[in-house]
Structure formats: structure tokens, C-alpha cells
Design a protein around this ligand. Sequence first.
Ligand code: 6PG
Length: 263
Amino acid sequence: MPGEPSVSIFGDAEALADAAAERVAERLIEAVGRRGRADLATTGGSTPAALYLRLASEPLRSRVPWQSVHIWWGDDRYVPRDHPLSNVFGVDEILLEEVHGVPLPANHVHPWPTGRAIAEDLGPEWCATTYAAEARDALPQSPAGVPIFDLVLLGVGPDGHLLSVFPGSAALSSDQLALAIPAPTHVEPHLPRVTFNPSILGATPAILVMVGGVAKAAVVARILDGPRLDPAAPDGLPAQLARRASAAWFLDAAAGSKLQPRP
Ligand code: 6PG
């Protein structure tokens, strides 16, 4: 049984980013203390920028043992790393910014190899398979062979997707660890994607979902208060895969405004 997540609602987007940055920092510090390194799988979209800014500012910049942190991406768009729509771009521009960024060794940054795949015309399937092998080599694995991240950070799309796993996605019935996903036509940006299988969510001990803005209020209420739907159905909500006891949902007041009151 997946159980229910904890749900925290913060006054505004600033308070949400403050709390999320604290939670990410705590989790990284805890993992480095316990096993000597921390592996974070981060997300794309617009939401994490405020979080990266806080991690790159004091006091968190000095508190987190960045030399022992590794960053991965749960999914990416099939564009080179320096493309503004790449999920790596925000990390490069804010978290790893040359002057003010955090001291993360360059070889601890693990982007999907989209740049090489595109430059050498190797294709998104190659990109996905190569990334799956890199993660399996570097990380501890569950009994089912799924890499275990110390923390998976997620956003939620307007259609209830997470990672690049859209309602009805082939990823939901695949046993491949990482997959190439055709460009979605129903949500922007209309770019092909590469994504981990959502099975990584079952293997990770800690998930943090960040959602802000009134535009997400209705979908958040369907995900957290509605019946659990088959995520593979065309009207399913893959983000319900993060409706589980190992997840913390951090919302701003607008995104949480349609939820039923919680005890
Ligand atoms: C992506 C994602 C995706 C994202 C959500 C939320 O590549 O688009 O990783 O799952 O997290 O769509 O995006 P926003 O933060 O922009 O609302």
C-alpha cells in the first residue's frame, strides 16, 4: 500500500521555496553523514529556480557539503544542456553559476547525455539507455535493480504528469529504467523527452513534490483528494504515483486552495 503523503501549505511562493530549500538541504546533509555522499534527482519546469537560488545563497550554501553531492535529473527535454528549455539550464545558470554558485565538482553533475546524442545523431533511445547504465553504475539499487536516490524532487504538470510521464504513457507499462518519450502535443514545450521510469519513486526513501500557483489548484486536489485512478488510463494522473507515504508535498496557498481541509 502506498499510504498517504504529508502535505504542507505555505503562505506564498517565497515561503514555499524557503521550506523546500531547507528540506533539500537537510536531506543532502543527512545522506552525506550516513553514507558519505548524497544523490539528488531534480526536476525540470519553472518551479525549481527559486529553490536553486536559496541553495546557492547563505546559509545553505555553506551548510551543505556540496563536495559530496551528486545531481541527476528525473527527466529532460531532448535538447542540449545549454538550451534554455533544457532541465539542466536552470542548475547551470543558478546553482552552479560560476561566481556565486555552489562548489559542486563538475563530475558530480549527471545530465542526460542529450548533447552528445544530438551532436552525433545517436538518438533519444541511446540517450535513455546510456543514462540508465550510468545511474545503475553509480547508485545503490533496490532488489528490482532500480537505482535509489536519496531524494527525488518533482513538479506536477497541468495534466497531472510527473517526470516526463504523461497520462497513458508507455512508460507506465515499461520495464525499461529510462525511456525516450515522443514530444507531447497537449502540454508545452512540444519537445521529445527522456525520462526515468516512475519505478524510481518506489525505490527512493524520500520524494519532495513542489507545486505553486492557482493554475495547479484543481489538478492538485484531484491528485491528492480524488480517487486513485489508473495512471495509464487516458484520464489518469501519473502524479498520483507520488501520493505515497514516502513523499512530502509542499504547496503554496494558491496551489493548495482547492484541497479539502486536512486534520
Ligand atoms: C518537465 C518536467 C515536469 C515539470 C512539471 C512542472 O521537464 O517539464 O520535469 O514534470 O516538473 O511539468 O513544471 P512547472 O514547474 O513549470 O510547473
